[in-house]
Ligand binder design. Structure first.
Ligand SMILES: Nc1nc2c(ncn2[C@@H]2O[C@H](COP(=O)(O)OP(=O)(O)OP(=O)(O)O)[C@@H](O)[C@H]2O)c(=O)[nH]1
Length: 308
């Protein structure tokens, strides 16, 4: 006969009574098979947070093992998609009858996508940090997708200052020459004396969170990446041949951006798509002129929605 073990969670009461918003586990490491719109299902190495509320003030605690085992079942024999996320949240609550009526789960992982080069037709992998968060709040379901997109931003102020220096160098070189020779100018422009200054660019990160429409049944990871990268125009590249690098230089030159410009661009893009109920975005320009970052934040402005 098995030894009877003490069951603190069930058989004792709280020393100090009180309800709690969230109780659960954070940073659970698990392989998860993820389904995303337009992509083959793929395994990711995820960190998972799993929570329920504790609405019974006298109860000692929740049953962490029940949350863990429901997650393990998803990891071991299912795929993370809209339906399984809802089932998981339902399971969190039904396994905590009398104790909980809210549930939350967050999966954080790197999601790899094949991305095309700009000109050469080559392809390469890019890893996007993604989180999928589901919340069930007194029967109301909320699903949030968040991801980071890295891109390059060239400073418009620096570009203007560099152009001024190039104009000055041109004047100094050719102002005494009444009959400026086109070939001479062409050759001179191809030297570092001609293009005497270059503007600074920086590795930049757009962080974005969206609330999925209730009609969305697939995680639109690729759609969201495409939307952001097509709007910013200068995402970091995977496979790069020289023709790709030259095109990247052109795109940078034609898409000069302060962090305000990048935020307004994405704000406009997100406002004209009806795919999402709400959005929050934060633009980080990891400055190369400064040792600090230039940052801008905005939201859709929904009442009771995301706050900046
Ligand atoms: N509630 C709670 N459990 C904790 C905490 N830290 C560790 N645990 C452990 O989580 C383990 C699993 O708890 P339960 O889910 O109640 O385990 P169980 O009683 O075997 O499972 P059930 O029979 O389904 O209730 C226990 O061994 C707890 O000690 C904590 O801060 N709060």
């Amino acid at each position: 006969m098995p030894t009877l073990m003490p069951d603190i969670a069930n058989h004792t009461t709280a020393q100090t009574e009180g309800t709690l918003d969230w109780v659960g586990m954070s940073n659970i490491e698990m392989p998860i098979m993820v389904a995303s719109k337009g992509q083959s299902e793929r395994m990711v190495s995820a960190y998972v947070d799993a929570f329920v509320n504790l609405k019974e003030p006298k109860a000692k605690g929740i049953h962490m093992s029940r949350l863990y085992l429901l997650l393990d079942e998803l990891s071991n024999s299912n795929v993370l998609n809209h339906q399984s996320l809802v089932t998981l949240l339902d399971g969190f609550i039904s396994s905590h009858q009398e104790l909980s009526d809210n549930a939350k789960v967050k999966f954080s992982f790197d999601y790899h996508l094949r991305r095309k080069s700009l000109i050469s037709g080559k392809q390469g992998w890019k890893a996007y940090p993604v989180t999928v968060t589901g919340r069930l709040n007194k029967g109301k379901l909320d699903i949030e997708l968040s991801l980071d997109v890295r891109y390059s931003s060239t400073c418009p102020c620096s570009a203007a200052l560099a152009r001024q220096l190039i104009q000055k160098a041109f004047k100094e070189k050719f102002s005494d020459d009444a009959n400026v020779d086109l070939a001479d100018v062409h050759e001179w422009l191809g030297t570092t004396e001609g293009i005497v200054a270059t503007p600074h660019s920086q590795r930049s990160v757009a962080e974005i969170k969206v609330k999925l429409n209730s009609s969305t049944t697939e995680f639109p990871i690729t759609d969201l990446v495409d939307l952001i990268e097509n709007s910013l125009k200068t995402p970091v590249q995977a496979a790069v041949k020289r023709e790709d690098e030259q095109e990247f230089a052109l795109l940078n030159g034609q898409n000069l951006m302060f962090c305000e410009d990048a935020a307004r661009r994405l704000q406009h893009t997100m406002n004209i798509t009806d795919q999402f109920d709400d959005f929050w975005l934060r633009i980080n320009h990891l400055e190369s002129l400064h040792a600090h970052d230039a940052v801008s934040v905005t939201t859709k402005g929904v009442v009771d929605g995301y706050q900046a």
